[in-house]
Design a protein around this ligand. Structure first.
Ligand SMILES: [Zn+2]
Length: 154
């Protein structure tokens, strides 16, 4: 079981995001550099204490940790406690009705499914899965998470 913060909120949901960057963004740079840049946006530009997401998935399917799962993230206003934020690199100009494959790679599809299953194992019991666009009038992550997940592996 994963608990977050001093109040020990049990994790019950994964919320998917995207970085809203173009496919060419930091194209020749390792994921660590992309995570460092997103952390800079969140810490320097927004004044948060750390990157808002718990996990970041690169175009090639590489996965890197952001904020610790035991800390409350900063990724959906009003829904940060008890949720884990996962962000896919890419998604610039995407829409809620786009298919996953319109903006993200097959490697990201596989990596996101693996990560969701791994988190489910750590959470124990039932875990909800949603997209940022279910909580805010935004395209993020640029597809409908429930429809994508139900569709199974590509
Ligand atoms: Zn988002």
């Amino acid at each position: 079981m994963i608990y977050q913060g001093r109040a020990r909120h049990p994790v019950r949901e994964v919320i998917v995001h995207c970085s809203a960057t173009r496919p060419s963004w930091f194209h020749d740079r390792p994921l660590a550099d992309k995570v460092a840049e997103i952390r800079r946006w969140h810490v320097q530009d927004r004044g948060w204490r750390d990157i808002g997401y718990h996990w970041i998935i690169d175009r090639d399917g590489a996965v890197m940790a952001g904020r610790s799962e035991t800390e409350i993230g900063a990724h959906v206003a009003g829904h940060n406690a008890g949720t884990i934020g996962v962000s896919l690199i890419g998604g610039h100009g995407s829409g809620v009705r786009d298919a996953f494959a319109d903006n993200f790679t097959p490697a990201q599809d596989a990596a996101l499914r693996r990560l969701i299953e791994a988190i489910k194992g750590r959470v124990g019991g039932s875990m909800a899965l949603s997209g940022h666009n279910q909580y805010a009038p935004k395209a993020c992550p640029g597809f409908t998470v429930g429809t994508w997940y139900a569709g199974g592996a590509a």
